[in-house]
Design a protein around this ligand. Structure first.
Ligand code: PTT
Ligand code: SF4
Length: 607
């Protein structure tokens, strides 16, 4: 095999043992890499019902066949596990030098199992893999942890670390790299913490081998030049994802006061222009010439790397219109290793609970000090933090009193920063995302806002399927989707990258078929885990969007309509070949080469 290394590194922390395993060309073609590898390994190796934080649970790091080659934005890594937040499939796509170094070292993925009996780190230096004690790193924030690792292992080392939140098993703790990249929203950092694994460092002196190296090099160099020549390049470099604040405000999509509203009066104090005025530098993932990590100096004069989601969720969503303070919350979240989307949602939820006097501890809208105190308590699981550290779904179940109505989540994962009162297609994207309410697979709202508000429900479903199919290709190649999305690098070009890297001819139809296989497998994983608890009601977006219209802005007075949503959902199931409960049918699974899945699902108990 070329392009793929054909090797997976297995690390058993309980037995202090590391081994290499080969995989077949058929496995590579069926699952490609990244998300595909992660989903297949989790399906094969996780006994149904395994506690995600138990020793038997698996933690997967998976690169793809394009990761690490000199191609635009190719330094990503899928981090995946059964999620302690949702109880289903969980993953993130993290920018990190660890991915590039892992591939150069000759591995495509790492499977971590077992639980160490003391804090540890894994060091990979080409073929030398060591499990080392990491007592001195215990309890440290991610920023200091990475600083010390670089001091000890050198500046070129790639690191994946957790902070105190991961160590204390907060179910939305993430894995951090490069001082401000955060991956694995649904608690993949907690799974790492449960194994007492504080860090993975990866170093390599080798280089990677492509099937047609000259062709790949020339395709890559043309693509980099193509990005530089695009008219939007300068404005992207100025604001990156932060330009979305103005767009969301104009389209009534900016989450405000726990998604009660879609516009924020003080949006100009936290938008891309406000960020530009505070910018101190720019950072980016490996192999990327679009470097979108905008770094500002925050209210506590520390550096904080901003993206739209962080700012929208820790700003308008909690009623805070001061970018320096929002940035401080963002940096504190990075340092504890907490997902900012879930965190902002939880703070907003807590503020609403206080307003409704469901909790006594003061936490008022827009109050930075209250929010900061809550973040510390969540990360340390102390005081009221123990309740809110469980995420909005579980906290609402504990609080009762209809609190679930304003818990902004799907399947337990908090909704990313797009208000959907008037965006049924985006609501469906959240409802059917493979990890709970995340936007990565179906950014329907931009399509709905420009061309599609008046589109028929059928058109919306078809558009969503197209987005999910295309985007899964990026999750499997394990490269950033922004060059494609922002600068129209065509999918055909990615197919050429793939062919030059692996020597395997492919086409979009085959890759869409692979996407469908992976979607069905991930859906089956959820169904197997939920057993009798599974039903199509888990694909419903939060009640608030159906029940409480915004009081101002372009979406004033609008709500989602239940009947319309249910029709779209049913249509989506039919087009995927899933039954009325959203479960892939036997015929669909067999057609996708997943007959072993259909046999197992047939014996899964369901209501
Ligand atoms: C991603 C999610 C996002 S998506 C954002 S901002 W975004 C938040 N960023 C966080 C952060 O920062 N710190 C923190 N403590 N928590 C955070 N939670 C949120 O995490 C991210 C970029 C972005 S920025 C996006 S859209 C794109 N996402 C991609 C994707 O999903 N797939 C893909 N093939 N390419 C992508 N490119 C872009 O990558 P998760 P990252 Mg991320 C400070 O990891 O789990 O997917 O969560 O990894 O390296 O930070 O890249 O407006
Ligand atoms: Fe990372 Fe941004 Fe580059 Fe994508 S565009 S690889 S998220 S720096």
């Amino acid at each position: 095999m070329k392009g793929w290394n054909g090797r997976i590194l297995r690390i058993d922390l309980g037995r202090s043992r590391t081994t290499h395993e080969s995989y077949t060309a058929d496995f590579a073609m069926q699952f490609i890499g990244g998300r595909g590898f992660a989903a297949k390994i989790l399906w094969d190796e996780m006994m149904p019902g395994t506690d995600p934080l138990a020793a038997e649970s698996r933690l997967i790091f998976a690169a793809g066949p394009l990761t690490g080659f000199v191609l635009p934005s190719s330094g990503k890594l899928v981090v995946a596990a059964k999620s302690p937040l949702t109880g289903g499939y969980g993953e993130g796509q993290l920018g990190t030098h660890a991915s590039v170094n892992l591939r150069k070292a000759g591995f495509d993925a790492i499977v971590i199992q077992g639980k160490a009996d003391h804090p540890c780190l894994v060091s990979i230096d080409d073929d030398v893999v060591q499990i080392l004690r990491a007592d001195s790193l215990s309890g440290l924030g991610t920023i200091e942890t990475e600083r010390r690792l670089k001091q000890e292992y050198g500046q070129s080392v790639g690191s994946l670390v957790i902070g105190p939140a991961g160590e204390r098993l907060v179910p939305f703790a993430t894995i951090i790299s490069m001082g401000g990249r955060s991956g694995g929203r649904p608690g993949i950092g907690a799974v790492m913490g449960s194994k007492r694994l504080k860090a993975v460092v990866v170093h390599s002196t080798k280089s990677m081998v492509a099937a047609r190296p000259n062709e790949l090099a020339s395709l890559g160099s043309e693509a980099y030049k193509g990005i530089l020549s695009k008219p939007g390049y300068k404005s992207w470099k100025n604001q990156g994802t932060m330009a979305t604040v103005d767009w969301a405000q104009n389209n009534g999509a900016l989450p405000t006061f726990n998604f009660r509203e879609g516009t924020f009066d003080d949006f100009e104090k936290i938008n891309g222009s406000a960020m530009e005025a505070m910018k101190v530098r720019v950072r980016g993932c490996p192999n990327c010439n679009m470097t979108c990590g905008n770094v500002v100096s925050d209210a506590e004069t520390e550096e904080s790397e901003l993206d739209y989601e962080n700012v929208a969720m820790l700003g308008p969503n909690i009623g805070l219109g001061d970018l320096a303070k929002v940035s401080a919350l963002n940096r504190i979240a990075d340092d504890y290793g907490l997902d900012t989307i879930s965190l902002g949602s939880i703070i907003g939820f807590a503020m609403e609970c206080y307003e409704r006097r469901l909790v006594e501890e003061r936490i008022e809208w827009g109050n930075f000090d209250d929010a900061k105190t809550l973040v510390g308590e969540v990360a340390s699981r102390k005081g009221i933090g123990e309740l809110f550290a469980q995420g909005t779904r579980r906290a609402a179940q504990v609080l009762g009193h209809e609190a679930l109505r304003w818990a902004m989540q799907v399947k337990g994962l908090e909704v990313s920063a797009y208000d959907c009162h008037s965006a049924p297609g985006m609501a469906l994207a959240f409802g059917t995302s493979p990890i709970g309410a995340h936007h990565k697979d179906g950014f329907m709202i931009s399509w709905e806002a420009s061309a599609g508000r008046n589109a028929s429900d059928l058109e919306k479903v078809e558009k969503l399927l197209e987005l999910q199919r295309n985007r899964t290709i990026f999750e499997c190649f394990s490269v950033c989707r922004f060059p494609w999305l922002q600068f129209s690098l065509e999918l055909d070009l990615y197919l050429k990258f793939f062919e030059a890297a692996t020597g395997v001819e492919t086409n979009l139809i085959d890759l869409h078929n692979t996407s469908d296989r992976i979607y069905a497998l991930i859906r089956a994983f959820w169904v197997r885990e939920y057993g009798s608890e599974w039903s199509c009601s888990l694909d419903q977006p939060p009640a608030r969007w159906f029940e409480e219209p915004p009081r101002k802005g372009p979406t004033k007075g609008e709500t989602l309509k239940r009947e319309q949503y249910d029709q779209m959902l049913n249509c989506y199931y039919k087009k995927r070949g899933w039954n009325s409960q959203g479960i892939p049918t036997k015929e669909t699974l067999n057609r996708l080469g997943l007959d072993y899945v259909s046999r197992e699902l047939a014996v899964t108990p369901r209501a």
